[in-house]
Design a protein around this ligand. Sequence first.
Ligand SMILES: C[S@@+](CC[C@H](N)C(=O)[O-])C[C@H]1O[C@@H](n2cnc3c(N)ncnc32)[C@H](O)[C@@H]1O
Length: 199
Amino acid sequence: MQMWDQRFSEAGFKYGTEPNAFLQEAAQRLAPASELLVPGDGEGRNGVWLASQGHAVTSVDSSRVGLQKAQALAAEKGVSLCTALVDLADWSPQPASMDGVVLIYVHLPSAIRRRAHLALAQGLKPGGWLILEAFHPLQLQHHSGGPKDGDMLYTPEQLSAEFEGLLQPVLAWHGETVLAEGPGHQGLAHVTRWLGQSI
Ligand SMILES: C[S@@+](CC[C@H](N)C(=O)[O-])C[C@H]1O[C@@H](n2cnc3c(N)ncnc32)[C@H](O)[C@@H]1O
């Protein structure tokens, strides 16, 4: 069983059932009934919340257990969520098909990240939004969550360089915040927030 299936097999929701705070703020920019892709949605807290806001949401993840829990959460909240089991290492959305791509704590190793980020950015329609929150390398000094491997942590500068020519950055920020997201993310954290619009 893969690592994320194992983690999501535990009782409860690793990152809670409430949406990420930055996503809630950034989502105000989305047009009503947007077509959204949520890669690495795990147990579905963010995709389900976006669906509850009236958006058409597809959540993709490589964890079968995570996606099953996401569907259960969607049913509990009375919303419809489209899910697909994919590996972001070799999967791409239909080009120019989405109004928004939402990446919340999807920490990919650099060997696959650049191609995956490029493919996801190309999945946006012109004017579409990419909303991302992830841990910054300075998170290594905290104990509030995230991988302990610097290669999987993101700086805003790195993201701006990766998306250059495809997305216009609107916010490229890093700093401290206090996380209260289930047992997985708790306490003072150093995060990167990146928001951009497809050119
Ligand atoms: C830290 S969890 C975050 C889950 C969710 N975004 C949230 O904030 O609650 C990371 C998620 O990324 C998914 N993931 C990691 N590598 C992946 C890959 N190569 N392809 C698809 N999903 C992946 C994991 O299965 C897991 O659900």
